[in-house]
Ligand binder design. Structure first.
Ligand SMILES: [Fe+2]
Length: 384
């Protein structure tokens, strides 16, 4: 890291953290004088009873609300269109996203399209999003995405089966209610997958070419928290301290990658998610060790610091770097993440997957340059 490089750091989201913080939603809505909130969520959150816990607090304060619960995993462009129509029809003056990355990312896109029109893909690329965006409040129910504090939203183009990002500080939630109790109902497999997503955010942010010191600080503490608490949160979902550690780790990792970037792991994960509708956290976990190995020579010092954040002791930088990769691989195994083979990747799709990974906006920030051919080799190595 060169301390003489300039950078800017902006965190537009007000973070309210605490056990029970989600119950303050009614106060947030009243203080901001919103009259017609639209809750944006998905079926899983609805079924788990978590949505009701939030809406009950709105009812208790006699606040009017509506819900759009048709967000799919890897949210699609047509989910954004339907949510936008709903928001317009109901005259929503704010959105409240309750869920994991899918509802929060979808709500960010609805917030833009509802006010600025057009199709969501029109906003891909820098400088496309104007100032008029529906205000968004986010309540995460998973510890992984970090979307409650990030400036980006990843949406699947359903025609192309390609995940693209819209990115601008204006789409960051105004308020994030970070409440560990909201993550208690997550089953072990989802806890593991979303937790590995958060770890990937932190590792990629820390090693990305766009990294900067404040993002690095957030990333390292995120790695420490996730290394300490992921296994306990998976083994015992009722462990509130572990849930809190994971949720804070995920928020810090979100802050880190919003100000730095993600890199090749996410390029691959988004190509896989777009093509096969596969779970984002699983896609990350299955490729993270292989990409770390590929990047090794370009970021040994950072990897050695990651090893320390994971609680390992090492005599040399080389040893630390090797231990970091091994520890990440072991963690994925310990929390029983599925292997690459379970994704059902077809040989015939590899060219397309490599091309989509290469054209991902975050490819440029991978510490070691990666060509389309390099991605193809990575897919082949993972599949063999
Ligand atoms: Fe991610």
């Amino acid at each position: 890291m060169n301390l003489l490089n300039s950078f800017s750091f902006e965190l537009p989201t007000k973070i309210e953290y605490g056990v029970g913080a989600a119950k303050s939603l009614a106060d947030v809505i009243k203080n901001k004088n919103f009259k017609s909130p639209l809750l944006v969520t998905d079926e899983g959150v609805l079924r788990s009873g978590v949505l009701k816990r939030v809406s009950d607090t709105l009812d208790a304060h006699h606040l009017k609300w509506e819900v759009f619960d048709r967000v799919e995993p890897n949210p699609k462009d047509y989910n954004v269109e339907e949510g936008t129509e709903t928001a317009r029809r109901l005259g929503a003056d704010c959105l409240v996203a309750i869920g994991g990355g899918s509802p929060i990312d979808c709500a960010k896109a609805i917030a833009v399209v509802a006010r600025q029109g057009g199709a969501v893909r029109d906003y891909e690329g820098p400088g496309k999003i104007g100032p008029d965006v529906l205000p968004l409040i986010a309540i995460p129910t998973t510890a992984g995405t970090g979307s409650e504090v990030t400036f980006s939203s990843v949406i699947t183009d359903s025609g192309e089966k390609f995940k693209f990002s819209i990115k601008d500080p204006k789409i960051a939630p105004r308020v994030a209610l970070i409440d560990p109790e909201m993550t208690l109902t997550m089953p072990p497999a989802l806890t593991a997958a979303t937790g590995m997503d958060a770890l990937t955010h932190a590792i990629e942010a820390f090693t990305a070419r766009a990294s900067e010191p404040l993002a690095d600080a957030a990333a390292l503490y995120a790695i420490e928290l996730i290394g300490t608490y992921l296994k306990s949160a998976v083994a015992d979902g009722d462990n509130l301290e572990a849930r809190a550690g994971m949720l804070l780790g995920s928020v810090l990792a979100g802050i880190a990658f919003s100000h730095s970037d993600v890199a090749a792991v996410h390029c691959v994960a988004e190509a896989l998610g777009g093509k096969y509708d596969a779970a984002h956290g699983v896609c990350n976990a299955v490729v993270l060790p292989a990409v770390m190995q590929y990047n090794m020579e370009y970021c040994k010092e950072q990897y050695a610091r990651i090893a320390v954040a994971l609680g390992l002791t090492c005599e040399t930088i080389d040893e630390g770097a090797r231990q970091a990769v091994a520890a990440v691989q072991q963690l994925a195994e310990d929390v029983r993440l599925p292997e690459f083979a379970t994704l059902g990747v077809q040989e015939d799709d590899l060219e397309e997957l490599a091309a989509n990974s290469f054209k991902n906006g975050s490819n440029i920030d991978n510490p070691r340059p990666m060509s389309k051919e390099d991605y193809l080799n990575l897919f082949r190595a993972l599949g063999s």
